[in-house]
Design a protein around this ligand. Structure first.
Ligand SMILES: *Cc1c(COP(=O)(O)O)cnc(C)c1O
Length: 411
């Protein structure tokens, strides 16, 4: 999106505000499906947790996407957005048997990643098809917080426990319709991905009633100039061929599924915030904005880099700024960044603000969460109102402790 357009949106809808470029989401969706055009049955299930606004879900629904959900509430949101139950897969971790049964009742696909729950579910509902989440123990990326395939990870059933899975399936006569893995975010090396896929194929051979193999996600997107991103086109070429060969051996045309979040929405998003004050200390110039980690926590939580530019002064001379928020804790968005000269009142734009930004926002410091705007085909749509004080107070119950004890007892 152009800076002038972003500035117009900030003027019209106020700040802080999240803006998503719907055409970018569409382009990413088409890029991914294009890379796998040689696979007969392809299913992209967008990971709702990355950005869960109902209008974003509706846009993805229009594009032909399914969704990947991790809570019963995300399932309900998907149904409200118009997805049919069979277009939804439920991939929770650490939820109760109850919640899984609730999702199964709604008719969505079920993905189980725990032997104990698998056994209980299979014993009670042997005819409901279930997909199994495998942990191939492959490290993706370098950040331990977002690598979920390693040996002591809480995600998935270890490949070393396959004999146990097979025993449960045999005893309960349950129907396994899919095999799944999700090795975590930020896969840089597609060879690592292909290696994990081989483990998945090996596992899939042991089940004779499969309908799909789900390769999860973890595609890396660029966060700054020169960043390496997952080469989707090359992955598409290599994995498609391997997948088609596997289907031939298996004797059935299976569906190849992915569940990307970041890849589809990260680059579509911009977070716009206004500079409240420029504060010069003896060593640093701080730009203090009308936001904090209550609105965008990734830099503080994961050490993520988000490019920051001053869209109010595109021609200004570059200077060094440390961009911070208004939360009464350290909340640094970027240290010593070169940014066009900042004046109080300017609007700063944060890039890659589509995935895991608004969806992780909170009301910390009793602040209001921002508005969200979806820009699509040259039109700005407000898709979430800015919160008001009423949103802060409406579930709170004010107990009056000023009345004396006798009065309470008298009631
Ligand atoms: C979070 C998650 C995804 C999406 O990961 P991205 O890195 O955003 O693509 C996919 N599958 C599962 C099971 C997840 O938990």
């Amino acid at each position: 999106m152009q800076e002038s357009q972003l500035l117009k949106i900030a003027n019209e809808f106020g700040s802080p505000v999240y803006v998503y470029d719907g055409n970018k989401i569409e382009a990413q969706y088409k890029r991914l499906t294009g890379a796998f055009k040689n696979v007969k049955k392809l299913k992209i299930n967008y990971a709702v947790k990355a950005l869960s606004n109902i209008s974003v879900l509706k846009l993805l629904h229009t594009l032909g996407s399914g969704i990947d959900t991790v809570s019963i509430q995300e399932v309900q949101l998907g149904l409200a957005a118009g997805f049919k139950p069979e277009q939804i897969i439920f991939t929770p971790n650490g939820v109760s048997l109850n919640e899984i049964e609730e999702a199964a009742q709604l008719g969505v696909k079920i993905n189980i990643d725990n032997l104990s729950i698998l056994e209980q579910f299979g014993a009670k509902h042997p005819t409901t098809p279930v997909c199994i989440r495998i942990n191939p123990h492959v490290m993706a990326g370098g950040n331990a917080n977002i690598s979920v395939g390693h040996i002591d990870s809480k995600f998935g059933i270890s490949i070393h426990q396959i004999p146990h899975i097979l025993r449960i399936v045999e005893n309960t006569k349950m129907n396994i319709n899919g095999i799944h893995m999700h090795t975590g975010s930020d896969i840089l090396d597609i060879e690592v991905f292909l290696y994990a896929s081989e483990i998945l194929f090996e596992t899939a051979k042991q089940f004779n009633n499969l309908e799909f193999i789900d390769f999860g996600s973890g595609f890396k997107v660029p966060y700054k100039p020169g960043d390496i991103e997952t080469n989707i086109e090359e992955l598409g070429k290599k994995l498609s061929k391997r997948f088609n060969d596997f289907c031939k051996d298996y004797g059935k045309e299976l569906t190849l599924a992915f569940e990307p979040g970041k890849f589809l929405v990260s680059e579509s998003g911009y977070f716009l915030a206004q500079v409240n004050a420029v504060k010069q200390t003896t060593s640093t110039v701080f730009a203090q904005i009308d936001s904090g980690f209550n609105h965008l926590i990734r830099p503080m939580f994961y050490g993520s880099h988000h490019e920051i530019s001053n869209i109010s002064n595109l021609k200004g001379r570059e200077r060094f700024y440390t961009v911070v928020g208004y939360i009464c804790e350290t909340d640094t968005f970027g240290n010593n960044r070169r940014i066009n000269e900042i004046n109080e009142g300017d609007i700063l734009a944060f890039k890659n603000a589509g995935a895991y930004c608004f969806s992780m926002a909170s009301n910390y410091n009793s602040r209001l969460r921002p508005a969200e705007v979806l820009w699509y085909n040259n039109e700005a749509h407000l898709i979430r109102k800015r919160e008001t004080f009423d949103d802060i107070i409406h579930n709170q119950i004010a107990v009056d402790f000023s009345t004396n004890k006798e009065n309470i007892l008298a009631k």
